[in-house]
Ligand binder design. Sequence first.
Ligand code: UDP
Length: 315
Amino acid sequence: MTEKKRALVTGGAGFLGSHLCGYLLERGFRVVCMDNLITGAVRNIEAFAGNDDFKFIKQDVTEYLFLPGPIDFIFHFASPASPIDYLELPIQTLKVGSLGTHKALGLAKAKEATFLLASTSEVYGDPLVHPQKEDYWGNVNPIGPRGVYDEAKRFAEALTMAYHRFHGVDTRIVRIFNTFGPRMRARDGRVVPAFIGQALAGRPLTVFGDGSQTRSFCYVADLIAGIYQLALSGENGPVNIGNPREMTVLQFAELIIRLTGSSSSIEHRALPVDDPKIRQPDISKAKAVLGWEPRVELETGLRETIEYFQGLELE
Ligand code: UDP
């Protein structure tokens, strides 16, 4: 019998981290989930309780990491990730991207584990190139309010490449574009839970600015499948994972109103500082290197997500 592979998922009780933990368990991994629960939640991982292959450690990844036994993969997913969260937690956001990435890379080096960094389309900032390809260096305001997240992730990418080049650590970088699905927090402020919550409650949908800014939304199951394929590949350079179907925020609001059957109206609010005007992943690298592309239709994924939020309301 071959030994099961063992993976550490930092931020494992968060939205993406918990989906990744579940995906790895289904594929026969032993999973250690580490989370300090500042934006993650135990309810996201309660389904894994009692599974002998699953272990939860409540710890801040910026502190010294001690983990006995072998580790084959480290997935570094810990970070506040919604604009509201990282505006409220600016120092923690900078620390987890810098000190937390340093600790997680140090552990990967010590354990000779493959390290995968959850990076972000925010490294492209307010992009001047469209759609965004991995070779674009970005247009980021380092001192703006979003800089705490963008620069932390850019630093994390630089540190990951340094550990790869200097220490020979086997590393991966995924640049995650807007992703949605069950287990997003109802009040994390991101557009998907915000609009669904507002539509279900019959309140106006708060469109920031004139709503002409664009985003491209990927269903969580597609994203996690792509990340898993990336982990198993030999690709050390950054890879965009996201869904290239782009729409304006106003069109997205209208779609949510239609799918929920809501009678909500639309209300415009001030556009946040440095809100990117356009965003769409170029996924040709993921297609070529991983043979990955998204499969779930936006409407299908949104129906699943709406059902999840309806379930929360009934609790
Ligand atoms: N947005 C909006 N209303 C909301 C929340 C967000 O119009 O209640 C807009 C926001 O200005 C941005 C887009 O929706 O242009 C996506 O925002 P989100 O916070 O989901 O993430 P971002 O892509 O900006 O990181």
